[in-house]
Ligand binder design. Sequence first.
Ligand code: GBH
Length: 434
Amino acid sequence: MATNPVPRFPDGFLWGVSTSAHQIEGAAELRGPSVWDVFTSEPGRVKDGSTAAVACDHYHRYREDVALLADLGVDAYRFSVSWPRVDSPGGLGFYDRLVDELCAAGVRPVPTLFHWDLPAGLDWLERDTASRFAQYVSVVADRLGDRVGKWITLNEPAEHTLLGHALGAHAPGRKLLFDALPVAHHQLLAHGLAVRALRASGAADIGIANSHGPTWPASDEAADREAADFYDVLLNRMFADPVLTGRYPDGIAELMPGDVRADLEIIAEPLDWYGVNYYAPTRVGAPQGAETESGGLTFPAELPFSVRGIEGRPLTDFGWPVVPEGLTELLTGFRDRYGDRLPPVVITENGCSYEGLDDQDRITYLDGHVRALHRALEAGVDVRGYFVWSLLDNFEWAEGYARRFGLVHVDFTTRKRTPKASYGWFREMVRAQR
Ligand code: GBH
């Protein structure tokens, strides 16, 4: 147990936890199917062959989960709205009840409008999906806007493009490599259109949750630095630059479908804050003529880079290295790169997978990252919040139920919730900040 108290964060700093709809809700029969339902029904897609049909059964147990949030003492709860559920006969009923329950418990609702569960039949390769998204966003904003202040448009369009459409490890399971780039552009366009739709409904506190991490060249050799730079463009700059500066990194706009200049104006709609999901840096080098493995992913040999392991670091159960100072490096790097164009930052996800109820490793991970975040503050980065991924153990996508990211343990036979040691640590940490 970390005994040395973490440094004080500014008054008003937002402490929270995150989840997503497909990973926790269950009640699959009370919504339309999403691309993830289709994907998990195909053999061999999810490691343990599981689906999210029931998951944590949060749909029926949300009161118990809100009570856990209230007891945890967090300011805010980041969840996602399931587009296929909103499109079903139940409509927004569930989110109406959830938001009321959160407000009654004094926990601020922070909905993400898309966290990968696209309605089956829609496709991010189609440009029209962006306008369909904006229409759905208007419906949600009109219904929940009187109680929801803070909004997130998309979760990690980079990972959804890479995992879902380029490498095929996630739904919809396509292996298009660079032909997946339109998926990135259409999501970014959807983001911009959603910001406009939210503003039109009176929303005033809008951000995005982008996945970012420092890219470390495998060596000082030019070929490794060049490969790492390209990886950095694909996973970091391709998603931050258009949103924050209205431009794609050099060479990228040409690879996108059609003339994207008018779209970039929409994509760069000003944001009130910028959300960062941080897990670990990635070490990248020149191609090695063979496929490479990292963090449970396989990168084909024909890519112009190869992903290498980071050595000399503890690894989480997922095999991801624990590198807290990567968060400080990432945020100071963002401040240097984007300057005044970077709005206040919120860490919208940070966490790790470990087994067990007495999860000292998770406490060490979170403690280290909260301190690293404080160092970014001291270095002058305007950081306004920190959300742990995740409140509950949940359906970890292609890994099924084998990876446990929760502060609260879930028994997937009985659905019983049991707070872990890290839940107690986070509660005390947040309380000490008051
Ligand atoms: C997030 O994605 C998702 O938003 C969330 O739904 C999910 O449950 C959660 O994270 C946990 O996976 O280079 O080996 O260190 C995170 C996407 C992809 C981030 C792989 C870290 C690099 C691992 N991640 N990545 S490694």
